[in-house]
Each structure stands twice: as C-alpha cells, then as structure tokens.
Design a protein around this ligand. Structure first.
Ligand SMILES: Nc1ncnc2c1ncn2[C@@H]1O[C@H](COP(=O)(O)OP(=O)(O)OP(=O)(O)O)[C@@H](O)[C@H]1O
Ligand SMILES: [Mg+2]
Length: 364
C-alpha cells in the first residue's frame, strides 16, 4: 500500500506532447479514475507510472521513492489491461501463480496466495479450466486475480471492462468496487466512460489534450464543473449547452442566443457578466421540464416548443425539443405519455443554469 505522486510529468513522442506537466497526488487506498476522450493521454500516464513508458520530464514517486529509473518489476505495482492476455495453455490456477513462479517465490507461498485470490474472486469452480473455457467476465476476473497474487502497492487498470457487453460491464464494475473495499489498495483506473468513472471513483481526474481539466469527487465535478468541457463530459444525457451573448434590454441583462431568443440572466450571475460578453449557458435535462407534468421552479424561464422525439425509459422519459435552432433534452420522472409533435410548455430552472465564458470555456 502506498501513495503515488506525479510531479510535473511530461511525455513527448517526437513533436507530439501526449502528457504535459501533470501533477497529481494519489492517496493511500484511494480509488482514482483518469477519464477523458480518446487520445487525451490516459494510457500514457498509466504506462509511465507502471514503468512501461519512459518519462520525458518530471518525477514519479511511489511511497517516498522516486521510481523514474526503476524497472516495472521493481515498482511493486500490478497492471490489468483491456485484453487480459491470459496464457491459453495454462489453467486458471496456473495463470494466477505464474508471475510468482517466475519470481521464484516459495511453492507453499504461491499456493497460499493463489488460494486467497481464487476465494476473493469466487473462482473456486473454475480453478482447473483453461481460458478458452471461460466467459469474458470470468477471464477478466482471472486477469485481476493475477494482479492480486502479487500483493502490489497499487493496481493500475487500463479500460479493463471495455471488451465486455453492457450488462457484464455493470456487474464487473460492482465487483471491482467491492474488491477495492476488500483489498484496501491504491487503485488508478483509466476509462473513457464517464458513468464508470462516476460510480467507481473516490476522485476523478478529467484529462483533455494531455492536461488535467479538473480533479474532484464525482459530485463535485457534477455540481461544480470548472469548464464547459467538464460540464458536457460528466452526466448523462450530456448537459444542454447554448451559445449566447449578454445583452441589456431596458436595464436588465439577458442571454441572447444566436437565433435571437432572450433568456433572463440568473440573478446570482448578474455581477459576473458584462454587456457584449460571449458565453455558453448550460442546463441539465432534469432542469428543463414540461410544466404540465411537473412543478414550476421558483425562478424559471418558459419555452413553448414542439416535441421532436420522446423516449420513455421506464423510470424516466427523455423529451427532445428545440430551443431556437439547438436541440435540447428534457428529463421527466413522471409516467405521463408524451408524443412526437406534442406542443408543450417547458420551464427552465434558472437557478440551475451554468454559465461559461465564450472564449476560455471557464465557469463564470
Ligand atoms: N508510441 C507512440 N508514438 C507516438 N504517439 C503516441 C504513442 N503512443 C501514444 N501516442 C499519442 O499520444 C497521445 C495520447 O495517447 P494515449 O494512448 O495516452 O491516449 P488515451 O487517452 O489512452 O486514449 P484512448 O482512450 O483512445 O485509449 C495520442 O495523441 C497518441 O496518438
Ligand atoms: Mg488508452
């Protein structure tokens, strides 16, 4: 068990900067998730921590030691990959014990640790099977078992569930979370799936173009996104986002959309805005609802609009409609039936809108 610290680490591949000046402290026993779009530098970061990739600048600490120059095998961390690469000719048990055998660990000790991993992961019935006789989820569990037997200071996961179907992915997600509670080890977990990040993480690091956009707990990122990018990345469906300009109409500030619709600036934002400023304003689907089926919020703006499409999902219905030329999505939790082409009045809760600067994308 250990802390992992990244101090100004950078990775360059020729002209490409994959990771730039990244600093991060990962606490002992923390479950930290790196999330971000494809190519943002998640795997590169993980591979540098594992020692599989040389670092162009900065320092990595595991515990209180700088490990920049250490071989991967001397860092005492285990990595689980997307393609679990089990040895096809070995049984589950043999796969589990193989790395210890290579490390010339004592035979009794290997037996004890393999038994322990088998028990933790519920692989008792499958001990004697070969990988080809296992399902995807079972193979992934064996891959995790191989990491567990080494009793590492930290586990590194690189998109371990992306080869599994949706249902199994959800199941394994729960298993990984339970496993972490049992083993109490530092975990650094890479995914591009924000739901996976939200459900697993103690803290999430959102990366974009090789730099950190924001670090925080899942709720912090959801409630207080620091940038427009984070706001639209976290949460499902994605936050509605409208481009607008701040205008003054008879002494009051409005957000005027590109197609000429004016929405009153939420009271608590008035002092942070200037006339003529370009902004984006965002709101989540649950904060714009048909008035007919919900309660009108205290401070709201109303939109009369036709339903483009309604998706009844059981506990909720997603309604797609237009605000000017931009399609927005509304989420209601009541079971009323809504149909395409219905004409509805929606109430946008102004207290729940998010504003971002049009140039920098930073939260206002
Ligand atoms: N060996 C390499 N040589 C040159 N460029 C590389 C190399 N490996 C990665 N890159 C580049 O570095 C950047 C970061 O890649 P990385 O694999 O870390 O992204 P990622 O966030 O893991 O993406 P994904 O979600 O697609 O796995 C990308 O622009 C990628 O093209
Ligand atoms: Mg990757």
């Amino acid at each position: 068990m250990a802390e992992v610290k990244l101090k100004n680490i950078t990775k360059k591949y020729g002209d490409v900067t994959a990771v730039q000046n990244m600093s991060l402290d990962i606490a002992h026993n923390e479950f930290l998730v790196l999330v971000g779009p494809s190519g943002c530098g998640k795997s590169t970061t993980l591979r540098m921590i594992a020692g599989l990739e040389e670092i162009s600048g900065g320092e990595i600490f595991i515990g209180d030691q700088v490990v920049n120059e250490k071989d991967p095998k001397d860092r005492n961390i285990s990595m689980v990959f997307q393609n679990y690469a089990l040895y096809p000719h070995m049984t589950v048990e043999e796969n589990l014990g193989f790395s210890l055998k290579i490390a010339k660990e004592d035979k009794k000790e290997i037996e004890t640790r393999v038994k322990e991993a088998v028990k933790i992961l519920g692989l008792e019935e499958l001990r004697k099977r070969k990988p080809s006789q296992l399902s995807g989820g079972q193979r992934q569990r064996v891959a995790m078992g191989r990491a567990i037997v080494r009793r590492p200071d930290a586990f590194l996961f690189d998109e371990p569930l992306s080869n599994l179907d949706a249902k199994l992915r959800t199941q394994m997600r729960t298993e990984i979370k339970k496993l972490h509670q049992k083993l109490k080890t530092t975990v650094i977990y890479v995914t591009h799936d924000q739901v996976e990040a939200m459900t697993l993480a103690d803290r999430i690091v959102i990366m974009k173009d090789g730099v950190i956009e924001q670090i925080g707990t899942p709720l912090e990122l959801f409630e207080k996104p620091a940038t427009k990018f984070v706001a639209t990345f976290i949460g499902s469906p994605s936050m509605n986002m409208i481009e607008a300009k701040i205008t003054n109409i008879s002494g009051e500030l409005y957000m005027e959309t590109n197609d000429g619709i004016s929405v009153l600036v939420p009271k608590h934002k008035i002092n942070s805005l200037t006339e003529g400023q370009r902004i984006s304003f965002g709101f989540r689907a649950e904060d714009i609802v048909p008035i007919k089926f919900g309660q009108k919020p205290k401070s709201s703006w109303s939109l009369q609009s036709k339903v483009n499409l309604a998706e009844p999902l059981g506990t909720e219905t997603l309604i797609f409609t237009n605000l000017g030329n931009t399609e927005v999505v509304s989420r209601m939790f009541t079971p009323e039936l809504v149909n395409s082409n219905d004409d509805l009045e929606f109430a946008l809760n102004l207290d729940r809108t998010y504003l971002f600067d049009g140039d920098t994308g930073l939260a206002i």
